[in-house]
Design a protein around this ligand. Sequence first.
Ligand code: UDX
Ligand code: ADP
Length: 481
Amino acid sequence: MVKICCIGAGYVGGPTMAMIALKCPDIEVVVVDISKPRIAAWNSDDLPIYEPGLDEVVKECKDRNLYFSTEVEKHVAEADIVFVSVNTPTKTRGLGAGKAADLTYWESAARMIADVSKSDKIVVEKSTVPVKTAEAIEKILTHNNNKGISFQILSNPEFLAEGTAMADLDKPDRVLIGGRETPAGQKAVAALKAVYAHWVPEDRIITTNLWSAELSKLAANAFLAQRISSINAMSALCESTGAEVNEVAYAVGKDSRIGPKFLNASVGFGGSCFQKDILNLVYICECNGLLEVAHYWKQVISINDYQKSRFIKRVVSSMFNTVSGKKIAVLGFAFKKDTGDTRETPAIDVCHGLLGDKALLSIYDPQVTEEQIKRDLAMNKFDWDHPQHLQPQSPTAFKQVSVVWDAYEACKDAHGICVITEWDEFKKLDYQKIYDNMQKPAFLFDGRNVLNVEEMRKIGFVVYSIGTPLDSWVKDLQVSI
Ligand code: UDX
Ligand code: ADP
């Protein structure tokens, strides 16, 4: 029986290994992590991450051929294939601070693998890493190996998106495996291919060299983020010209060369990958002297930051240029719907902007806990991607912020509402009831274009929706943005 061990029981490691276990009953899969609470949660009925469809798969496979454990070294030693899916934060100090990936966790995992291994291993890079990381890891493994063990390193980037992870894993657009072009390297590629071939059609399994695989992941995320920044840039122009961004996106997306996906204008993209991967790409370009290319990709992030600050300015300027002492309901805190993940969520920047103007926030998200929200709002930029035990604790009191468990409660007596995450339930709320219980004039700022602007205006709200013609009210009060 082939044994797989995955180091890192996070958003990537957990769902991916659950799917491998489901599709490959002949393979034993053990997911290990240094975080005891995380492993305890995987072993309980209350999984540490919310992902539609994940519970069922874990239930079916756990203790059959899927295990979660903190005995990292033991399971790594026993495995034939070791996936590494640990954190790769952005460096906050030293060379490349604010851009380069901090490979501390990766390096320590590699040293541990070299240390405990007694048999040949295929080591699979699963977390997104800068191009040439595999080569560095290979050096660590071979230079710390005096037992004659063969280590083959592969790059097998994950393309799942949160909220749809299980469907993405079940029917991936492609599986990408990069390896060395040596006979041993190709043998390792074939071994990993055989795992995926249990359920993925062969023509969807792409094999490349190591560096192409590593770069493809950064490139795919950069292209996707670029589409969002492109439509968001258009949304600003729509607001100024009276065009409607959804209509523009629809018309543009009908061109089969462009396609309709990833053209939803929003308050900005978030998530653990887009910004981090583009910063990485920018850093690699700079290191290779490709300053124009670096500058080009940096603009994708600049527009994203602009979009978030534009939203904050719209809120403050519409509300008579101050939100000081005013209650503002924040609906949604996760970086997108159907996940409880808040990494790099635009909600953090929007909340910081409003808190900076002394607003009183009442936040509701169906999947994010009060503890997480307060921890996020207290955290420094880039500090989020460290194993939980290193993260700062939430402060004892956050006088301007309350977290509630119901959208109606969040909106009660509020002066304004900001919709930050496109949860389906926000489309179905009784907005008449919400309006009746708010201060007047009642403001509604839709950062996801999920509400029917005309209907909301009929109820009486002053509405701002990204990329749609402005209310005369909002227009009259705008400062330059
Ligand atoms: C992304 C990639 O899609 C995935 O392939 C990769 O493996 C990891 O990074 P993820 O971050 O989980 O996945 O979610 P995604 O659906 O890509 O959304 C990222 C952000 O962009 C979210 O904040 C989302 O709300 C935003 N978004 C997405 C938009 O603002 N508009 C869109 O049209 C699409
Ligand atoms: P991703 O979204 O890429 O899955 P996460 O932050 O959700 O990232 O998961 C990474 C996991 O890796 C965390 O649970 C963390 O505790 C774990 N981890 C980090 N370093 C190590 C290590 N050396 N050994 C085992 N687990 C580790």
